[in-house]
Design a protein. Structure first.
Lengths: 531, 296
């Protein structure tokens, strides 16, 4: 057991370092279901109202594709349907960031080496991170159960839902522990973890959009899809909980086996040599920013292209599936035909993609914060580099990221949809619609820049702002929040296209706002001390 | 000769901490100027003001005739800087960083760069994340020393270097100063400063407490004397300006202020001198005296 000597002390170190952010994550995940339950109780006070709501939702396959099928037309069933996918993603993101922060990032900064020289055992830091990750997901699950019981829902379903979220969180904890062994940078470890979460979400959407036919199995190989198969409040099944737990344990065992064999600070993917001289073009902050951002930009672009193709391929099925259902044919006809449903589906996917593209934008612009805390900014600005050029060099990527991501995603979705309907113009139509979502992402980029410029010690707050905006937009209506609160999120103001009407005013306001935020940030940085 | 750095009454606070408290300093063109002080005395803060990375709360600073904050970009074409804690981009190779830093500054002398890479025995193809602290230091030093800059600002330039590389660094600085390049070198390695610098400024708690050439400073301070005498040196203990006196039979050793040197030698001579060794104070003794005075 000397391998994990000092486990308790390492756990206390992690809890001390994360004493603010971990409770925030756990509370958001743990209390959301109860919040949505109470909102739904107000909206649909009777069993009849609940059934009607469920039937209406079930008839909209765009909704079904996005959030999965409603498994039971009861209060519990509706709550699980509404927040299940979102909570799975949140638990995944919490776990990946937590594990990477306390494993690979510690090795990269050299702190792990210091720990290794003490009486702490070789495996204790990794074990401590996994224990805290597992416990955080468990506590979040317990809060979910408590909240749902408090809302008057039956115990069996509440426990099943809590377990589903806890175990899907465990699975992503295992993924992150494994990912932390592969590269020698925490940035890449995080990227691997996030890519797996993204793929899980997209596979579930694709599988559910395909329905029970052909590609429905896609949803089954997705951890998020698997968690939904628990069917809380709808004839609970316990085997997915078991599968998720076993896979998580397998991942943890693999990670610790690798970690036990490798040197501290080393990686499975090795670092090669570089050129002895810089290429002639590497001569300005702009070229440096391109060099630092290009790998990130390329991976995001590829991910958006792949996910776009996958999601677009099912857009047509979403509409026609419903026309074939006799009872729904009327509803569809009244709504204006199956293209309405396909459009609603495309719009829903674009709005989610816009939030993720904003994350790329914020990540790109907050590279400034990373460069400053890593003390790279100091040697750049000690050169003949204007402060505005340095900020501008990374801001450019923050501004371009959502544009490129959304155009690629829209074009890919349009291409796949166009192939299935035989209409090549869909590429342009959907890519054009995707552009409409960009200004809202820009607001988050501009805000992140301003925060970095004005409060450098709290530079990462741009991420918190993005998280809050996304939760408001994606779950705010389910929580029955006041409209003014929802209006705080720029994403609320994006027109719903394709299908919906585009009004110029919100877009003009969003563009103006993001422009002034970025401009103020640029000016403010010119006047402040470098940290 | 004109001063390349001229600082008057510089003040800088970080919250409640006073980092600079009315600091005055000047560095003449073509000189190698040592900037001495222990950790936290304000060396790096001064340097960051001189580079326009932070702005002073009060006082004035001129670097190469310009305002370091307002004219930062223009001035930086003529200045090269090596930070105290060299952090480089993990995914770039050492060679790429040297070229990039040179090009973002005032340009690089390619032949000099190759010769420095050889002299410092750096492998420029390695990625920065695989370099040790000493090798990262070499990357920053080569970029600065191979530049065409008129002024080098070096913060603890030899930290992490092995003794062989430290000696090599000394040789390069002496060559440079022969070519008219000005150097401001912050350090707390006194032997290095003593070997390389013509003038020195000693900083304590954000203020310069002593500045001048090493020769001047030595004249103003105590000389260490050890002597073997024929008889006991009567009156030496009561002589003003004699410090740390130790008498062991006929052997005495003490430090004496420059103003009392003549009187002390007369006392020794009257006791009969068998042998005598006189040694000027080392920089270390100068330095420690300033700091011990402060703490006592």
């Amino acid at each position: 057991m000397s391998e994990i000597a000092g486990l308790g002390r390492m756990i206390r170190v992690i809890l001390r370092r994360d004493r603010i952010q971990l409770p925030v994550w756990i509370l958001v995940i743990g209390l959301l279901p109860a919040g949505v339950a109470s909102a739904f109780t107000g909206l649909y006070p009777t069993t009849a109202a609940l059934s009607t709501a469920a039937a209406t939702i079930a008839s909209n396959t765009a909704f079904v594709a996005f959030l999965g099928p409603i498994q039971s037309p009861t209060l519990g069933g509706l709550v699980v349907w509404r927040v299940g996918a979102a909570l799975s993603v949140l638990a995944g993101v919490m776990s990946v960031l937590l594990i990477t922060r306390h494993t690979r990032a510690e090795e990269q900064t050299g702190r792990r080496e210091l720990i290794g020289s003490t009486t702490i055992g070789r495996q204790a830091p990794l074990a401590a991170a996994i224990v805290v990750g597992a416990a955080a997901n468990l506590v979040a699950g317990l809060l979910i159960v408590a909240g749902l019981l408090n809302a008057g829902l039956e115990a069996k379903g509440a426990v099943a839902f809590g377990l589903a979220i806890t175990t899907v969180g465990w699975l992503f904890t295992g993924i992150a522990a494994f990912a932390a062994q592969l590269p020698d940078s925490s940035r890449t470890s995080n990227a691997i973890g996030m890519a797996v979460i993204g793929a899980s979400f997209v596979l579930r959407v694709a599988g559910d959009a395909a329905g029970t036919g052909g590609a429905g199995w896609l949803s089954w190989i997705s951890p998020i899809g698997l968690a939904a198969r628990v069917g809380a409040f709808a004839g609970e099944r316990w085997w997915p909980v078991l599968v998720l737990t076993i896979v998580a344990l397998g991942l943890v065992a693999t990670a610790s086996a690798i970690s036990n064999r490798r040197d501290v600070g080393s990686a499975v993917i090795r670092t090669g040599l570089g050129p002895a001289e810089a290429v002639p073009s590497l001569r300005s902050p702009w070229a440096l920013a391109w060099r630092l951002q290009r790998g990130l930009a390329l991976s995001w672009t590829v991910a958006f292209a792949v996910f776009g193709l996958l999601l677009g391929a099912f857009a047509e099925g979403v509409g026609t599936l419903m026309e074939e259902t006799p009872t729904l044919a009327d509803v569809i006809a009244r709504l204006g035909g199956s293209s309405i449903i396909s459009n609603a589906y495309l719009a829903a996917m674009l709005s989610v993609a816009a939030g993720i593209a904003a994350a790329h934008g914020v990540q790109a612009v907050l590279r400034l914060h990373g460069e400053e805390t890593d003390q790279h900014a100091e040697i750049v600005l000690a050169g003949a580099v204007d402060r505005r050029s340095w900020v501008g060099s990374h801001l450019l990527f923050g501004v371009m990221a959502p544009v490129v991501d959304m155009v690629v995603f829209g074009a890919a979705m349009g291409l796949a949809y166009g192939i299935s309907t035989g209409d090549a113009t869909e590429v342009l139509r959907v890519a054009g619609a995707a552009m409409v979502y960009v200004p809202a992402s820009w607001v988050m980029v501009g805000l992140a820049l301003l925060v970095f410029a004005v409060v450098p010690q709290r530079g990462a707050l741009g991420w918190s702002a993005l998280g809050a905006a996304l939760i408001l937009t994606l779950l705010g209506s389910a929580l029955n929040l006041d409209q003014w609160l929802l209006d705080l999120s720029p994403f609320t103001h994006s027109p719903s296209v394709p299908g919906g009407a585009v009004r110029a005013l919100p877009l003009v306001v969003l563009i103006g706002l993001s422009g002034s935020l970025a401009w103020s940030g640029l000016m403010a940085f010119g006047h402040r001390d470098l940290e | 000769m004109e001063d390349v750095i001229e600082v008057r009454g510089l003040e800088k606070r970080f919250g409640l901490t006073v980092a600079l408290d009315g600091l005055d300093m000047s560095v003449a063109a073509g000189e190698v100027h040592g900037f001495l002080g222990p950790n936290g005395a304000g060396k790096s803060t001064t340097i960051r003001v001189l580079l326009g990375l932070i702005r002073a709360d009060a006082g004035s600073a001129r670097v190469l005739g310009g305002d370091p904050w307002r004219d930062a970009t223009e001035l930086h074409k003529r200045i090269s800087y090596v930070p105290g804690d060299v952090a480089l981009w993990p995914t770039l190779s050492g060679g790429e960083v040297i070229d990039l830093l040179g090009r973002m500054g005032g340009g690089l002398d390619g032949r000099r760069k190759s010769s420095l890479i050889d002299r410092f025995e750096l492998d420029p193809t390695k990625k920065c994340k695989t370099y040790s602290k000493g090798n990262r230091q070499k990357v920053a030093l080569i970029a600065a020393l191979a530049s065409n800059a008129e002024l080098l600002i070096l913060d603890e330039p030899t930290s992490g270097l092995d003794p062989l590389m430290e000696a090599e660094f000394g040789r390069v600085i002496r060559e440079d100063s022969g070519n008219g390049r000005s150097v401001l070198m912050a350090s707390h390695i006194l032997s290095e400063v003593e070997a390389l610098c013509e003038r020195v400024s000693i900083v304590r708690a954000g203020k310069i407490v002593e500045t001048g050439s090493l020769d001047d400073m030595r004249h103003l301070t105590r000389t260490t004397i050890s002597a073997e005498l024929a008889a006991s040196p009567a009156g030496l203990p009561s002589l003003e300006g004699v410090h740390d006196l130790s008498v062991d039979g006929a052997t005495v050793s003490f430090q004496v202020d420059q103003t009392s040197l003549d009187a002390a030698l007369k006392v020794l001579a009257s006791a009969g001198v068998v042998s005598l060794v006189s040694r000027p104070p080392t920089l270390e003794e100068l330095f420690l005296r300033h700091y011990q005075e402060a703490s006592s």
